[in-house]
Design a protein around this ligand. Structure first.
Ligand SMILES: C[S@@+](CC[C@H](N)C(=O)[O-])C[C@H]1O[C@@H](n2cnc3c(N)ncnc32)[C@H](O)[C@@H]1O
Length: 232
């Protein structure tokens, strides 16, 4: 497999209210559904919390919150009153999404911040879960290592679902036009796969500390998961 290549994504460079950006965020919902990320993440979370539900889930780089909402819809029948904190540098969570979290009785807070600024700030307690979906691949190795190091200080479990750097995922990313995705989404999908992960790359960027149980591998056809769980 070719080495990881991190290049700018168009969605990150467009103003949040640009019609092409709005459309691309809508495409992302379809892409997440296609990649079955809420299903993959729900399974990993349920396997990690057998005895009790988490009290606080933080999503970093959460975008418009629709992935977390899909997750909440799956889990709310069994997990009650889970507090959710969505962090993103764009404020793009709709009133409809906020209302839907209210209906599910999962208290929601949104924070608009660059993730490095937010992680550097003092934080009361720790999140039971910190998660990232289609986010970690944005970062060059040094920044990624810094992000994971800071995340490990603020969470008891860290979970990520990212593009897998594989031939199948590359082929899938080139077909997004067929499901009606716009030029921004089609460009960013290919760039995301080149910046995606394989092997034990995320474990290698996680702090070397034996207080964590770390798993990583393929998920579904196009994705790569990483899960780190505090053991002490
Ligand atoms: C590909 S989107 C994924 C959004 C969401 N997780 C999803 O699956 O729909 C990546 C998100 O990361 C956000 N982002 C990129 N760099 C960031 C940073 N340094 N700090 C906070 N958010 C950032 C972007 O605004 C965008 O919403």
């Amino acid at each position: 497999m070719t080495p990881r290549l991190v290049e700018p994504e168009w969605l990150d460079e467009l103003p949040a209210d640009d019609p092409a950006a709005i459309r691309s965020r809508r495409d992302l919902r379809r892409v997440n559904a296609w990649m079955q990320h809420s299903c993959i993440i729900a399974r990993l979370l349920e396997a990690s919390f057998r005895e009790r539900s988490p009290r606080l889930i933080v999503e970093v780089g959460a975008g418009d919150g629709s992935l977390m909402l899909a997750l909440a819809r799956r889990l709310a029948p069994r997990w009650k009153q889970v507090k959710v904190l969505l962090v993103d540098r764009c404020h793009v969570v709709s009133h409809e999404t906020v209302a839907e979290f209210e209906r599910l009785e999962w208290p929601l807070e949104t924070v608009r911040a660059d993730i490095f600024d937010w992680l550097a700030k003092p934080f009361d307690g720790e999140a039971d879960v910190m998660m990232a979906n289609l986010f970690l691949h944005h970062f060059h190795p040094e920044r990624l290592k810094m992000l994971l190091g800071q995340a490990s200080e603020r969470s008891g479990l860290f979970l990520a679902c990212e593009p897998r750097r594989s031939g199948v995922a590359m082929a899938g990313s080139r077909l997004l036009g067929l499901i009606g995705c716009n030029a921004v989404s089609r460009h960013d999908a290919v760039v995301s796969v080149r910046a995606g992960f394989t092997g034990r790359e995320l474990s290698g960027a996680w702090p070397k500390d034996n207080g964590w149980d770390v798993q990583e591998g393929p998920a579904g056809l196009f994705s790569h998961y990483f899960l780190a769980r505090k053991t002490i």
